[in-house]
Design a protein around this ligand. Structure first.
Ligand code: KPL
Length: 308
């Protein structure tokens, strides 16, 4: 039996993962509100993995003020986080927890600059979700979610942690708590650094990366990422990273990656937070990351083409 939770989830943006969180909240009796970033309709319908549709009928009005029990969920792209944190800053109680859920790195620093005192939490999920149109999202694959606390939080509130874990576990299950969430984020970064640009550039689904033509590139990217990770204090061999990439590509074989979707729809991608971040870290340490640089430049060229 599920017990009632106090507090609401204020979910920002109209992205696929945010909509998935909203559907999970509704199914599990957690008060929630979906707040699109611009004047767009919020997601209204979620097509479940098994085909059943959920109408997001219990979306509360967007909160004017959040309480100490509420959680601000930011399932946004890394480059959207600073503006979103700024827009919500004055609506937060000093003890409102803020959860970041994005691909790549750099989001924590962007939000921390705006919210220096708030308790920030980080999560990464391998659930797949795809926006079908302005108001519909499809849950395309079951995954798991890893959650942890920002390493620079000032003091910790065990009750807040427990509330967040409980709420997220109901919305994006299964959720595991990680003492060092940065390691999980680095591992996810390695996966995204390979799958996202390769699928976007070759216009393929994730599963097609199993094809022999991609194996050399995958090895080379993993080699570079492994070296950069080691400098950050996380030792994972290129072979281990490659296995991780292959596992995720197989588990999400039918999905188009988020970068593929962004490129296909002429939207800015997350390449700065993924391969761009790896390049920046490598430059600081004098590590050669020519494959990441090649992929980064290719994706940037596609972005510029659309922007122009
Ligand atoms: O996170 C993803 C993404 O598309 O951004 C993966 C894991 C690659 C699944 O598509």
């Amino acid at each position: 039996m599920t017990h009632p939770v106090t507090g609401r989830l204020q979910i920002v943006g109209s992205g696929a993962i945010g909509s998935l969180v909203a559907a999970g909240a509704q199914a599990n009796h957690i008060p929630f509100s979906l707040a699109p970033r611009h004047a767009r309709p919020a997601t209204q319908r979620l097509l479940g993995y098994g085909g059943a549709a959920t109408l997001l009928g219990s979306n509360l009005p967007v909160a004017d003020k959040l309480t100490a029990q509420d959680i601000l969920v930011l399932p946004l792209k890394a480059h959207q986080l600073a503006d979103a944190a700024q827009a919500w800053k004055d609506k937060l109680h000093p003890e409102t927890a803020v959860l970041l859920l994005h691909n790549g790195m750099g989001g924590l620093e962007a939000v921390r600059a705006v919210l220096p005192e708030h308790a920030l939490y980080l999560a990464t999920t391998s659930h797949g979700a795809l926006r079908l149109n302005a108001t519909e999202v499809k849950h395309t694959g079951f995954g798991r979610t890893m959650l942890g606390e920002a390493p620079d939080n000032k003091g910790t509130d065990p009750i807040q942690k427990e509330r967040l874990l409980e709420m997220l576990s109901r919305c994006l299950a299964p959720v595991t708590w990680h003492q060092d969430i940065m390691e999980a984020l680095w591992l996810k970064l390695a996966v995204n650094a390979v799958i996202n640009p390769l699928t976007a550039l070759h216009d393929i689904r994730n599963g097609e990366l199993d094809n022999p033509q991609f194996q050399g590139h995958i090895c080379d990217i993993c080699q570079e990422v492994s070296q950069v990770m080691a400098q950050a204090g996380y030792q994972h061999s290129p072979a281990v990273l490659k296995e991780q990439v292959k596992k995720v590509a197989r588990q999400t074989a039918q999905n188009y990656s988020s970068m593929h979707q962004d490129v296909a729809n002429g939207r800015p991608t997350e390449v700065d937070a993924i391969n761009g971040f790896i390049i920046k870290q490598a430059q600081k340490k004098g590590i050669d990351v020519s494959i990441n640089t090649f992929l980064y430049n290719k994706i940037k060229a596609l972005e510029t083409r659309y922007a122009g």
